[in-house]
Ligand binder design. Structure first.
Ligand code: SAM
Ligand code: DTB
Ligand code: SF4
Length: 329
């Protein structure tokens, strides 16, 4: 057990959740589930505040991994506008523009199996320094990471590293064959060791069973400490990937998964991540009621569309919610 580190009253955080306990929460009658999630939320967070996080794809496409959901895998022929590592000044300019719109977190994604070595890694470090200097929280997602690389990213000012477990250990092999669950856990441990916060979540709607969504949530909630940030993505089905024709996910599964994450990891930020464009405004509102308190903003996720700034401004306005205050710098 460990005391909370989130805003508000520090409650006791548990890291010993059993599969049956997670299943019992996930399967509660919806009103009870949402009520419990909202209660947990209010113990740790301001109910009307939403973190806004902007993504940029600093290196796109041609990835050697075979993640079945991903348009950037070289194994499939999805149409992406591939490019090598961007110029740091362009990335830093995009971060400043986002900061000007009130965005507080900036996440740089690279389509690599593992973070690069040598000159390219130095370029990423330059980006991290520039984005941090613009007063934003800086996150990177570059694939597998060694301890020395994590240490150098930390020194450059990295706030968080995103590395998703994606699904349950049992279903993982149906989605990715080029790496194993244990590889993901090893990178997460390197990130922790360097003192960088962990952003770790998964994807729903890949044809997994309810049991797999429960298994993923249990894996996340038994990490110690909990990931500070938990992105819950709804699969964006991209033509050319093996999951292009996966059956549509019932949006209430997103609501249940978010509410369960909120109850299991009450002090963490739970992000309604990819897939927002495919959800109705009412489903998005339910996700907030269930305890989501972070979203990706900006016209684009990494390679796929996201609601634009005007649409999001109106959405938050209509719900009476607002972005976090910008960080003082
Ligand atoms: N290559 C690195 C890696 O896989 O860790 C970083 C970039 S990768 C695109 C980051 C995450 O995006 C993946 O772990 C996955 O959870 C999410 N993702 C990728 N494609 C997606 C899709 N079509 N729908 C929803 N989430 C997706
Ligand atoms: C996360 O969990 N979701 C983001 C971020 N972390 C890197 C990525 C979503 C990608 C959606 C598909 C695309 O735009 O390529
Ligand atoms: Fe590569 Fe990441 Fe896409 Fe997997 S999710 S194919 S590792 S870019």
């Amino acid at each position: 057990m460990q005391t909370g580190t989130g805003a508000g009253a520090p409650g006791l955080l548990r890291h010993d959740w059993k599969q049956e306990e997670v299943a019992a929460i996930y399967r509660l009658p919806l009103p009870e589930l949402v009520f419990r999630a909202q209660s947990a939320h209010r113990e740790h967070h301001a109910a009307e505040r939403v973190e806004t996080c902007q993504l940029i794809s600093i290196k796109t496409g041609g990835c050697p991994e075979d993640c079945a959901y991903c348009p950037q895998s070289a194994h499939y022929d999805a149409e992406v506008d591939g490019h090598g590592l961007m110029d740091p000044q362009e990335v830093i300019a995009a971060a400043k523009e986002a900061a000007g719109r009130g965005v507080t977190r900036f996440c740089m994604g690279g389509a690599w199996r593992e973070a690069p070595q040598g000159k390219e890694f130095e370029t990423v470090l330059e980006m991290v320094r520039g984005v941090a200097a613009a007063g934003l929280e800086v996150c990177c997602t570059l694939g597998m990471l060694r301890e020395e690389q994590a240490q150098r990213l930390k020194e450059a000012g990295l706030t968080a590293y995103n590395h998703n477990l994606d699904t349950s250990p049992e279903f993982y092999g149906n989605i990715i064959t080029t790496r194993v669950y244990e590889d993901r856990l090893r990178t997460l441990a390197a990130v922790r060791k360097a003192g960088i916060t962990v952003c770790c979540g998964g994807i729903l709607g890949m044809g997994e069973r309810e049991q797999d969504r429960i298994g993923l949530l249990q894996q996340l909630a038994t990490l110690q400490p909990h990931p500070e940030s938990v992105p819950v993505n709804m699969l964006v089905r991209v033509e050319g990937t093996p999951l292009a024709d996966a059956p549509a996910l019932d949006p209430l599964e997103m609501v249940r998964a978010i509410a369960t994450a909120r109850i299991l990891m009450p002090a963490s930020r739970v992000r309604l991540a990819a897939g927002r464009k495919q959800l109705s405004p009412e489903a998005v509102a339910l996700c907030f009621l269930a305890g989501a308190n972070s979203i990706f903003v900006g016209e684009r996720l990494l390679t796929t569309p996201n609601p634009g700034p005007d649409e999001d401004y109106q959405m938050l306005e209509s719900l009476g919610m607002k972005p976090l205050e910008p960080h003082a710098h």
